[in-house]
Design a protein around this ligand. Structure first.
Ligand code: PEP
Length: 254
C-alpha cells in the first residue's frame, strides 16, 4: 500500500505574528501534489492568523500541544475541543515537552487519547536521548514510548495517528541521524505497530525528525520506512521548507 508522505513544520516558540503570517503565506504557495501532505504547527497565539493566511488551501494546521481535559478549571491549559475548531492535528510528546517540561509517558498517552476524542490527528513523537542510545537502549526506550503513547488507541483509530521518530540528540543540533539509523528506527516503529495492529498498524505514517535540511533530505526521505519528516529549524523559512516538500514529491513519484 502506498503511504502518503507528510512534511510537517514545527515552528516551536518562534516568530512574531507578522513573521508567522508571512511564513504561512509562503507555505500556502508551495507547490505540492496529492502524494504529499503538508502541515504546520505554529505557536498557539498565531493559530488564528495562520489559519487565515493559509486561506483554505490544503495545508493542515496543527497545534504543538494540548491538555487532556475538554473544559474546566485548568488555568493556562488549552482544550483539544477548542483546538479542533481550528486544527486538524496536534503534536503529543515532543521531546522538548518530555525533557524540558517533564511530561511522562502516561501524560503523553492521555494527550493522544484526548486528541483523537476531539477528532484530530495525533502526531506521537518518540525518540531516545544520546545517553540512552550509547547504552544500547534506543529501541527499548522507543518501544516504551509507543506502548504508553498508544495504550488507549484501537486498531480502527490508527488512521488518526502519525508517529514521528525524533532522536533527541538530533533535534536542533544540526547533526541528523544517518539514513541507516533513521531507516532502522522507523522500521522498528513500523514493526511494532504491525505486530500489534496488523495491516492498519503497518499503514501508519512514520516520520523522521531531527536536523532535516535541504542538504540531507533526499537520502533520509528515500528510506523505505520513512514517510516524510517533522521539521523544526528548516521549516522557519518558506524556501527551505519548500525544498523539503519538493524532495518528498520526487520520492513519492518514484
Ligand atoms: C523538531 O522540532 O521536531 C525538530 C526535528 O527540529 P529540527 O528539525 O530543528 O532538528
Amino acid at each position: 500500500m502506498t503511504r502518503t508522505m507528510i512534511v510537517a513544520g514545527n515552528w516551536k516558540m518562534n516568530l512574531s505574528r507578522a513573521e508567522a503570517v508571512a511564513l504561512a503565506e509562503g507555505v500556502a504557495e508551495i507547490k505540492t501534489t496529492d502524494a504529499v501532505e503538508v502541515a504546520v504547527f505554529p505557536t498557539f497565539p498565531w493559530l488564528v492568523p495562520v489559519e487565515d493566511a493559509l486561506d483554505e488551501g490544503s495545508v493542515v494546521l496543527g497545534a504543538q500541544d494540548c491538555y487532556v481535559e475538554t473544559a474546566g478549571a485548568f488555568t493556562g491549559e488549552v482544550s483539544p475541543a477548542a483546538l479542533a475548531e481550528l486544527c486538524g492535528a496536534v503534536l503529543a510528546g515532543h521531546s522538548e515537552r518530555r525533557h524540558v517540561l517533564g511530561e511522562t509517558n502516561e501524560l503523553v498517552g492521555a494527550k493522544v487519547r484526548a486528541i483523537l476524542d476531539a477528532g484530530m490527528t495525533a502526531y506521537l513523537c518518540v525518540g531516545e536521548t544520546l545517553d540512552e542510545r550509547e547504552q544500547g537502549r534506543a529501541k527499548s526506550i522507543v518501544e516504551e514510548q509507543l506502548e504508553h503513547g498508544l495504550a488507549a488507541v484501537g486498531t480502527t483509530e490508527l488512521a488518526q495517528i502519525v508517529v514521528a521518530y525524533e532522536p533527541v540528540w538530533a533535534i536542533g543540533t544540526g547533526v541528523a541521524a544517518s539514513a541507516d539509523d533513521a531507516q532502522s528506527m522507523c522500521a522498528f516503529v513500523r514493526g511494532w505497530l504491525g505486530a500489534r495492529h496488523g495491516d492498519a498498524g503497518t499503514a501508519v505514517r512514520v516520520l523522521y525528525g531531527g536536523s532535516v535540511s535541504p542538504a540531507n533530505v533526499d537520502e533520509i526521505f528515500a528510506c523505505e520506512d520513512v514517510d516524510g519528516g517533522l521539521i523544526g529549524g528548516a521549516s522557519l523559512d518558506a524556501e527551505s521548507f519548500g525544498a523539503l516538500v519538493a524532495a518528498a514529491g520526487r520520492i513519492a513519484a518514484v
